[in-house]
Write a protein that binds this ligand. Structure first.
Ligand SMILES: O=C(O)c1ccc(O)c(O)c1
Ligand SMILES: [Mg+2]
Length: 598
């Protein structure tokens, strides 16, 4: 289907917005009037620029406070409309959005509303323009789509139709099934927006928190299916008012926006994308590493240096199925000034298909051979710019990245680590919504609840995404904390390693003189109040500095190492199918990490 986007969704000048919208690959735009008013370009220049970029101007909006005014105000409204029709002719736009009146002057009179909209449509038609009438969720008298449709039907003019906006319909809890009663040709335009579920005034919710479909909690895909059943053939257009996107990188937001529409079309059965190939595990985590700290930390954690890359300054460290790649050649080329997570290898059954899906969803595909290994690896850049490699480790049907490492005799005393449990990535402030959409659509991972965790100097927002069986789990974090609150405070990333016996792992760390992050005694007093733990277990937790959590089925023990550069390790033990990440303990852990660097 044709794709379109309202200029209000993006940051920047009108010129910057049009350029980004075209570059992302949209077919058209809705010109938001404010963007036009603030632009130094004449309507003719804007029309030419859009044409040069291959963009149709699908709609001009909004025209406000039209219907059901007392007779003496009608002449002024029509005069105002004529001025805007003239601008639209210069722009080459032939569809005007009229949103339902919020004016105290508007009367609660459907027959009058229909009569005046009919008059407006007649005037518009004389200019070859059509009117799409939209019910704002906070309209004074008209605030539901079915009410707007009754008025449009009553007005009965070929140049008057309805504009459906998923936010206005779903935010009020209207049943979208009724859309199917509207003939498709009377739906002149469809605007799509999602929003996180929040209990707040609907106007504030709409103006500040809308997001692209799939990023919030509204069933936009379900609504689209009802619309498509009417035979609607117009564009799918995004209209999002969002405080974060207003400040974001224009080109990047435009790509994020189009990705949301591609995924929405897929959900509605309107496109054939390559199916997601859900990763089945972590092949490796690659850290940019200079200096002795990370090798020392890995040794303490029981890892063995098992391989050396045959041509690059890269080492493979292993324990059980956990593989860590230390790359000391990255700082010069990619500008990692300190130890940081550079890449994640994801195990998939078909790396080429994973990459094909990623490409179809506009993920930035990285050139091959930038990999740690020389084996051909397909890779894409995640929203936080971590490189994601699609791997098939040591299967006869595919070259394995491990083949590029020369094995070394390993001599380490393992500490019970079995595999990488999860990896926590730091999202740039403005890319949190983009990140969860990216992982859901590109990799087929399921987003979990979005959490806000208290940090002594701010707030950590965190959202996990995981495969259905939990074999791949990523925590997407944004730290909104005071920048001077410690080194890399807002940029920390971590790798969580699963231990089959975390008590033994913790004792070993103590014996090696590398004890876990110190946890205050107050935490253990509270733990005793919250849970009826076995006294022996409680004593052990306190003694070793282990954190504890429970969910419906199971329990969770975890500990944290020191931070090196931007990176630290967590060791976790999941017992009886515990599914979470110990979020209840995050505030204590974050405070302890600040205390440790002071
Ligand atoms: O917030 C508004 O005023 C507004 C304007 C035009 C729209 O299409 C809309 O959905 C909301
Ligand atoms: Mg709208």
């Amino acid at each position: 289907m044709r794709t379109s986007i309202a200029t209000v969704c993006l940051s920047g000048t009108l010129e910057e917005k049009l350029t980004a919208i075209a570059a992302a690959g949209f077919d058209g735009v809705e010109i938001f009037e404010n963007d036009l008013l603030a632009s130094p370009l004449s309507p003719e220049r804007i029309r030419d620029r859009a044409a040069e970029l291959g963009l149709a101007i699908d709609l001009f909006q909004p025209f406000r406070d039209v219907e059901a005014v007392p007779e003496d105000l009608l002449a002024r409204t029509l005069r105002r409309a004529e001025k805007k029709f003239a601008v639209m002719e210069r722009l080459g736009a032939d569809l005007m959005l009229v949103c339902s009146s919020v004016s105290p002057a508007a009367l609660d009179d459907d027959a009058l509303a229909a009569e005046q909209l009919r008059l407006l449509a007649e005037r518009a038609a004389a200019h070859g323009i059509r009117i799409a009438y939209e019910a704002l969720a906070w309209g004074r008298h008209v605030n539901t789509y079915d009410h707007a449709w009754r008025i449009v039907r009553q007005a009965d003019h070929p140049a008057l139709g309805i504009c459906l906006d998923s936010f206005h319909i779903l935010s009020r809890g209207s049943d979208p099934k009724g859309i199917e009663e509207i003939p498709g040709e009377k739906i002149f335009f469809l605007q799509l927006a999602d929003a996180p579920l929040m209990a707040m005034d609907v106007l504030q919710w709409s103006r500040h928190y809308r997001c692209f479909p799939g990023q919030g909690g509204l069933d936009v895909a379900g609504l689209l299916e009802h619309v498509l059943r009417t035979g609607y053939e117009g564009p799918l257009s995004l209209e999002v008012f969002n405080d974060v996107f207003r400040q974001g990188d224009t080109a990047r937001t435009a790509v994020d926006a189009l990705r949301s529409l591609i995924a929405l079309e897929e959900a509605a059965g309107r496109t054939d994308l390559p199916a997601p190939v859900v990763p089945t595990g972590f092949a490796f985590a690659e850290l940019a590493s200079t200096g002795p700290e990370l090798p020392a930390l890995l040794t303490e954690l029981g890892f063995a240096r098992t391989g050396r890359h045959h041509s690059k300054p890269v080492e493979l460290w292993e324990q059980g199925d956990a593989r860590i790649v230390l790359n000391s050649g990255l700082d010069a080329t990619t500008g990692h000034p300190e130890p940081a997570l550079a890449a994640i290898g994801l195990e998939t059954s078909d790396p080429a298909a994973s990459a094909g899906r990623a490409r179809a969803l506009l993920a930035p595909v990285l050139p091959r051979h930038r990999a740690v290994a020389d084996a051909p690896l397909d890779a894409v850049a995640a929203p936080d710019s971590t490189e994601l490699f699609f791997c098939r480790t040591e299967h006869p049907d595919h070259p394995s990245w491990t083949g590029d490492f020369t094995p070394r005799a390993a001599s380490a005393a393992p500490a019970g680590i079995t595999h990488i449990d999860h990896v926590a990535l730091t999202q740039p402030r403005h890319h949190f919504d983009e990140a969860s959409l990216f992982y859901r659509t590109v990799l087929g991972l399921r987003p979990h609840e979005s959490l806000e965790l208290a940090d002594p100097y701010g707030l950590l927002r965190s959202r996990a995404v995981s495969g259905a069986d939990g074999s791949v789990r990523l925590a997407l974090n944004v730290a909104q904390i005071r920048p001077d609150s410690g080194p890399s405070g807002s940029l920390r990333q971590h790798i969580a390693l699963h231990s089959r016996d975390i008590v033994a792992t913790a004792r070993r760390l103590w014996e090696l003189g590398a004890p876990p992050l110190p946890i205050p005694g107050n935490y253990y007093d509270d733990l005793e109040a919250r849970h009826e733990l076995d006294p022996g277990l409680h004593r052990t937790l306190r003694e070793l500095g282990l954190l504890y959590d429970q969910d419906d089925g199971g329990s969770f023990l975890h500990l944290y190492t020191a931070t090196v550069g931007r990176v630290f390790f967590e060791v976790v033990q999941r017992i009886d199918g515990y599914q979470g990440y110990g979020a209840a303990n995050a505030p204590v852990r974050l405070a302890a990490q600040h205390a440790r660097v002071r």
